[in-house]
Design a protein around this ligand. Structure first.
Ligand code: SF4
Length: 375
């Protein structure tokens, strides 16, 4: 979560506020939203206080800051760690977490789940969506496991649909709970629009998938969940995060997908994020991708053989054979993306995913070599 350290005055702490330029306030104002007017001096602050005194209670001011842009959505807090930035128009990727809880315990989880009651997160996402000024093309919804809150998830999907019929929603879920008829009913009681489902699958056999997600029975539930999605005509992206046991079985896994799950729209092969549980399970998560490039190539070939589309995410181009560059995406969210000294002068930097900013506390995914030849 990105945070900003700057002064704020508001009567509505913790509520998502849209950041607005003083001159745009009248045009953008709506009684159900909360606003923070960017204030550069005492006159701007007095302007806000005067309006507030007249009974307009849904606004406050925020001191100007180099990282602040109008259209940002911020949840003001009194915590010393700074105010969470919930949304930023200029970002390339947009997403909301709807719970921190999860029913799996993946060995490489980048955001280890918590057990505490966090229903407030659903309210926060609903308020944030309302406050968005310009809806993006794509919004991701994730957790934890979002299907632990099926009603909340459905409400958020409806809210996004209502606000923009152009915005596509990507739900990142382990899919296990879709195997429960009541949850299927909650999600698909009425037609659901503009949603695709991103579902991880780590093995072609139960023992491997269940081991990676540390939950007995998860493979069977996930497969049932995928069949529920198929039955409801939903687009599916399968996701394979690369750890050592998964790479050792990647080609059979892709064969299994091609044979048994040919209805999926695409398969994403994803570099492991060096944070969270991955740091505790370094022995299986820390890899040099270039050592596995032949395996990844064979896996993509296997998917192609079954007419399935491959996507490569979180993997720098210089660690991949050229034949695979066409599948690589700039997939790392803006706020956690970085490039390193080796990237200086690299001709492919604009199309490369780069690294996670926290690679310094973890590891680099291999030996980076700047690309100096044109494609
Ligand atoms: S050197 Fe950096 S920018 Fe170039 S391909 Fe490698 S990671 Fe990407």
């Amino acid at each position: 979560m990105r945070r900003i350290q700057t002064d704020i005055e508001t009567a509505n702490w913790m509520k998502p506020h849209r950041v607005v330029q003083r001159d745009d306030l009248a045009n953008e104002w709506s009684p159900e939203l909360f606003y923070l007017v960017i204030s550069r001096n005492g006159t701007d602050i007095d302007f806000v206080r005067q309006i507030f005194k007249k009974g307009v209670r849904n606004l406050g001011w925020i001191a100007d800051h180099p990282n602040l842009v109008d259209g940002d959505i911020i949840a003001p807090t009194k915590a010393l760690s700074g105010h969470p930035v919930l949304y930023r128009e200029v970002d390339m990727h947009h997403g909301f977490q709807i719970t921190n809880r999860c029913n799996s315990w993946c060995l490489m989880c980048s955001q280890p789940p918590t057990k505490s009651d966090d229903q407030w997160m659903i309210e926060e996402v609903l308020d944030t969506v309302k406050a968005i000024r310009k809806m993006p093309n794509v919004i991701g919804l994730s957790g934890g496991e979002p299907l632990l809150e099926p009603r909340g998830l459905k409400e958020i999907v409806n809210q996004i649909n209502l606000k923009s019929s152009e915005t596509h929603i990507e739900v990142l879920t382990n899919g296990r709970l879709l195997s429960k008829p009541d949850i299927e009913e909650t999600i698909f009681d009425r037609k659901i629009s503009n949603v695709s489902w991103l579902v991880p699958l780590y093995g072609h056999a139960d023992f491997l998938h269940d081991y990676i997600v540390q939950s007995y029975g998860a493979f069977e539930e996930t497969i049932k969940g995928l069949l529920v999605l198929q039955k409801n005509c939903q687009p599916i992206q399968l996701r394979i995060v690369l750890t050592k046991p998964v790479l050792e079985n990647l080609v059979p896994l892709c064969h299994f997908i091609g044979k048994n799950l040919p209805f999926v729209r695409e398969v994403a092969i994803i570099g492991c994020e060096p944070i969270g549980f991955a740091l505790a399970n370094r022995d299986i998560c820390e890899l040099r991708i270039e050592d596995w490039s032949e395996t990844i190539l064979s896996a993509v070939n296997e998917l192609e053989r079954h007419n399935l589309t491959s996507i490569l995410m979180n993997i720098p181009l210089c660690l991949l054979p050229r034949r695979l560059w066409q599948y690589a995406h700039r997939s790392i969210s803006d706020w956690k993306n970085s490039y390193v000294d080796e990237c200086r002068g690299c001709l492919e930097r604009e199309s490369c995913s780069g690294l996670f900013s926290w690679h310094e506390k973890g590891w680099k995914p291999g030996k980076l070599i700047p690309i100096m030849e044109e494609k």
